[in-house]
Design a protein around this ligand. Structure first.
Ligand code: UDP
Ligand code: MG
Length: 139
């Protein structure tokens, strides 16, 4: 079993799509190991997306991710990292396949409804960034 880290981003929460995205997580066979509402701070957004610091979209990304509440989550299943990326679809909703979360709910390359870790090392870092060990539900 593998874990990945997900965010239901501010645009999806604002549009009242959080429940549909949570239902999709479970329908895809993920166990929701943890989930909580959170208002991401500027410092958290800058740290979380440190790999993108200096890029042209960084300032706008930080503003967007701090613009409203999100749900952060830890998801578990076989091949969790790759499977959640596939369910989300391409970063730009315009390029995302039919049936993916970003195709269905994303509004733009920035406001794209969901986050998923890129690889297992990032997943471990991102889970720890937002959750304590005590918040992860045992099965
Ligand atoms: N993003 C953006 N403009 C871009 C690329 C990315 O606003 O040209 C935002 C978008 O919200 C994306 C996030 O920055 O989800 C992180 O970018 P990354 O390339 O890591 O994409 P992801 O891993 O989320 O698919
Ligand atoms: Mg990424």
């Amino acid at each position: 079993m593998e874990k990945t880290f997900a965010i239901i981003k501010p645009d999806a929460v604002e549009a009242r799509n959080a429940g549909k995205i949570l239902a999709r997580m479970e329908a895809e066979g993920f166990r929701v190991v943890a989930m909580k509402g959170h208002r991401i701070s500027k410092a958290e957004a800058e740290g979380f997306y440190a790999e993108h610091a200096g890029k042209g979209f960084f300032g706008a990304l930080v503003s967007y991710m701090t613009s409203g509440p999100v749900f952060v989550a830890v998801l578990e299943r076989e091949n969790a990292v790759a499977h959640w990326r596939a369910v989300m679809g391409a970063t730009n909703p315009a390029n995302a396949d039919e049936g993916t979360i970003r195709k269905e709910f994303g509004q733009s390359i920035e406001r794209n409804a969901a986050h998923g870790s890129a690889n297992a090392a990032d997943a471990a870092r991102e889970v720890t960034f937002f959750f304590s060990q005590a918040e992860l539900l045992s099965s």
